[in-house]
Design a protein around this ligand. Sequence first.
Ligand code: GLU
Ligand code: ZN
Length: 491
Amino acid sequence: MANADVRVRFCPSPTGNPHVGLVRTALFNWAFARHHQGTMVFRIEDTDAARDSEESYRQLLDSLRWLGLDWDEGPEVGGPHAPYRQSQRMDIYRDVADKLLAGGYAYRCYCTATELDERREAARAAGRPSGYDGTCRDLTAEQRAAYEEEGREAIVRFRMPDEPITFTDLVRGELTFTPDNVPDYGIVRANGAPLYTLVNPVDDALMEITHVLRGEDLLSSTPRQIALYKALIELGIAKSIPAFGHLPYVMGEGNKKLSKRDPQSSLNLYRERGFLPEGLLNYLSLLGWSFSADRDVFTVAEMVEKFDIADVNANPARFDLKKAEAINADHIRMLDVKAFTAACEPWLKAPHANWEPEDFDQAAWEAIAPYAQTRLTVLSDITANVDFLFRKEPVEDEASWQKAMKEGSDALLRTARAKLEAADWTSAESLKNAVLAAGEEHGLKLGKAQAPVRVAVTGRTVGLPLFESLEILGKDRTLARIDAALAKLTA
Ligand code: GLU
Ligand code: ZN
């Protein structure tokens, strides 16, 4: 069912590096918007100058673009509710705060931090609710003047209604919050800086957001925001209250909440290892949602087609790296060979951890690529599979050497070299027959006979199909490597 009136928002604060939880929230909002042919609003909540950074902001945009999650309104694309950075909307918040004060929906609270602490402790000790106790709710003009006279500073506090607040969460069903659990709360600091509690719902109202889909950690904000919304509606600032859906927590190792600081949660890490955007999005979509009972690999388009917020599960989701990798490997296999070849190239042509390209050769790469495609979990695995082609010398892997080079390996290698020299180098079959024949002379089956050849040429005991590899590497380089291995064996 398409509902073009759907307007969702993704509204991160630009702090730190983009993480998995953030991307899952972006993805669910985006998929919901695209499913309904609605509007995806991207807003930057940068009202905390001490923590926000321009670097984080750029990374956020870059990450969303890499993942292919686009937005219809927001930074760089603009839109009817611009600006989309809260730091550029301060006048709006000041104006709304003034209207809330004037309408009696909010009041100035002069309590000091120490007084608040003392009263909270006392309430706790007495077993009473320990939230704000309403001291400044109904100050007279004289009382206010006296506080001001004392030089006290005031925050702006929102007046919560005295009745319970009930709403139907799109994921969790009906929820009720009693007044004891949701006391009056601050919306503007004493220095005049508006808080998340104000700016987030105000912008959602002004930007006409219809569905707020966000992490469960924000569930406790929702009754406050609903109450604020009601005030905004009475003031003519908001049209209606959006629907809310809270996405389940993501658990990491040891069933603890995956935290931003967990290395597993860093988006950049997946990107640097060579996850495909489609593979990562596929996996992240399974954190709280499922495609169908018997299928967990699908394209982004298929997800969009099927995605419904009502199918999101309220239970915590477990982040499973092995599963993420397996799904990514499937997506690598799903690429057509051309796309696969192109996707690997950045890993082969530029230096990175453990990789210093020496003589990259495009033709050899295109010839070997189809053999490598089924072997990768992440794109960066490509180097270990094809490095024998693009390095002057094969890698030296002592364990492989010890495993393959046995008593008599030198004799076998000498025979294999002679037969390979005489073979037809335009046919992998001919190269295989050469090694097969060499093995027969030494009473070895093909598997045993090819092991020393593979290690001599590639440095490793396991790798891509050997005879195709030799053919692509070429006669001269293959024979030279066998010679070098023989020299090492007889030294
Ligand atoms: N800027 C808030 C955050 O990143 C947004 C929360 C919300 O979606 O309401 O946590
Ligand atoms: Zn107070």
